[in-house]
Design a protein around this ligand. Structure first.
Ligand SMILES: Cc1ncc(COP(=O)(O)O)c(C=O)c1O
Length: 493
């Protein structure tokens, strides 16, 4: 490359790329084989300051100038990344709602990253836009809507997606709010266990976090529909505007799925926008066996659905879906003549930047589109069925053990439970809580399992999300053995 520095020439050289990619393929394949076999730790715990200092150290000299050149430098960088990351493909990774994603989906994302496919307007990413439109149409279909009369966009994650959907709701319900802001007393009604991003959205949308009115849960931690009805009646009596009712299909702490038929009846009677945060549970719609748990979702005005949860694609890929196509431009009022050409108004529909917070947006759909194209929708059905069956089996297993206690029956693949050996059972709640916390932190630092924790009604619990096709019943039995062992060692039981 004439006139370029050596560094620029090498950083853009197809030959250097090929050599580095060969290293990439070799190291990642070996890493996946090792992690999937369960012979590594799940998490290689290190103190955050130590890892940050180590990352900084790599920036002190150009690796490509070393004896290994670009490919050797790439090898060193990958070895560092792979040795210090979270090993989600380990069968004992049973923690957050982030899956052991299909590595094949990752390959498609990598191709999009290498060629830097982005989108805002159609011509910036024509194939990315086509893929997004196809996926949105299919997901709307699974929600029970006609693709021709519904609409949606893909966006970067459930938090941004909930914000986007609730912004649309706000603008539809309060016509002047984009220009004038929201009237005092505006309310957003939500399931008691909603993800914190809903409260954040209330803050960002100018409602204020205090505008979120939480509906108490029933015995299964679903929104108590009777209490929802009473709350809406009271809000209407006080003349308070209501942006939406935000129901959960897969609440974060327990995976509880609201009775969406009953919620939609109440919303219709009170003429309120029904939003369903199905970031976690939307994927049950792929399963003939489990989709009835989401019956009523077709009545929703908006739905949020994360593919980077139970559809097993790498983060981030989320759909925001609207039942009524005519509302698709209500989210924003923008004036960007350099992007949106008034002489070609028909393009507004395919210029997705008209409907997303992002301007430049990563092409998020390739992984999902690719897995779907390679294996058919049956793959997602099989994954959902497997995760739910394992979780049900885990619940049965815990029930047979006197020193464990579950906090709820699973509606999907999330399960919260406590370890209560006889000596701990006699202690006050604060001590029982401390025991669960210490159990978990020791367990994950030792690296043989990765699980998380939650707090429900003041009770600290261990929490698992079975979101890993490599996890087996045997792994779950081993988890109980490991928890008991840690408990004995940590508290000298
Ligand atoms: C129910 C629910 N909604 C929204 C979110 C936020 O999604 P994201 O992490 O993709 O922003 C989560 C995250 O786990 C969730 O469980």
């Amino acid at each position: 490359m004439e006139g370029q520095s050596a560094a620029i020439a090498r950083a853009w050289s197809p030959r250097e790329f090929s050599a580095a990619a060969t290293e990439w393929q070799r190291l990642l394949t070996a890493h996946l084989e090792q992690v999937m076999s369960g012979s590594t730790r799940v998490l290689n715990w290190a103190e955050p300051d130590q890892t940050a200092a180590a990352a900084d150290e790599w920036l002190n000299r150009p690796l490509a100038d070393g004896p290994g050149g670009v490919a050797g430098g790439m090898r060193s960088l990958l070895q560092q990344m792979l040795s210090a990351g979270q090993n989600l493909h380990h069968p004992h990774y049973i923690g957050h709602q982030v899956p052991a994603a299909s590595p094949l989906a990752g390959l498609l994302d990598a191709a999009a990253a290498v060629t830097n496919q982005v989108m805002a307007i159609y011509e910036m990413g024509p194939w990315a836009t086509a893929v997004e439109r196809a996926l949105v149409g299919r997901l709307c279909g699974l929600a029970g809507w006609q693709p021709a009369t519904s609409s949606g966009v893909l966006t970067h994650g459930g938090s941004l997606a909930n914000l986007t959907a609730l912004l649309t709701a706000r603008n539809v319900v309060l016509k002047d709010s984009w220009k004038d802001g929201v009237p005092a007393g505006t309310a957003l009604v939500a399931n008691a266990d909603v993800h914190y991003c809903i409260t954040r959205a209330a803050g960002i949308l100018g409602l204020g976090a205090a505008a979120v009115c939480r509906v108490p849960p029933d015995a299964r931690r679903r929104m108590d529909v009777q209490r929802l009805d009473e709350l809406l009646t009271e809000l209407r009596r006080q003349n308070r505007p209501i942006v939406a009712v935000s129901a959960c299909a897969g609440a974060t702490p327990t995976g509880a799925i609201d009775d969406l038929v009953a919620v939609s009846d109440v919303c219709r009677r009170h003429d309120v926008w029904m939003h369903v945060d199905a970031a976690h549970g939307g994927s049950l719609l792929f399963s003939r066996r489990w989709r009835s748990r989401l019956a009523g979702i077709e009545q929703a005005d908006s739905i949020v659905w994360d593919a980077h949860k139970m559809l097993f694609v790498p983060a981030l890929c989320t759909a925001v879906l609207y039942r009524r196509r005519e509302l698709r431009f209500e989210t924003f009022q923008q004036d960007a003549p350099y992007l949106f050409d008034p002489a070609a108004p028909g393009m507004a529909d395919v210029d997705v930047g008209m409907r997303t917070v992002e301007c430049t947006k990563r092409a998020t759909g390739f992984g999902l589109w690719g897995l779907w194209a390679l294996f058919g929708a049956e793959l997602f059905e099989q994954l959902v069925d497997r995760m739910l069956q394992l979780t049900q089996g885990f619940w049965d297993l815990l029930h047979g053990e006197a020193d464990f206690e579950t906090l709820h029956e699973p509606d999907c693949n999330i399960l919260a439970f406590r370890h209560l050996p006889a000596a701990v059972r006699l202690l006050p709640l604060s001590e029982q809580n401390r025991f669960q916390r210490e159990l978990r932190s020791t367990l994950i630092r030792e690296g043989h399992f990765y699980i998380v924790q939650t707090t429900l009604d003041g009770m600290v619990a261990l929490r698992t999300t079975i979101i890993n096709p490599l996890t087996t019943e045997q792994d779950l039995r081993e988890l109980l053995t490991a928890v008991r062992d840690v408990g004995r060692r940590v508290w000298n039981l």
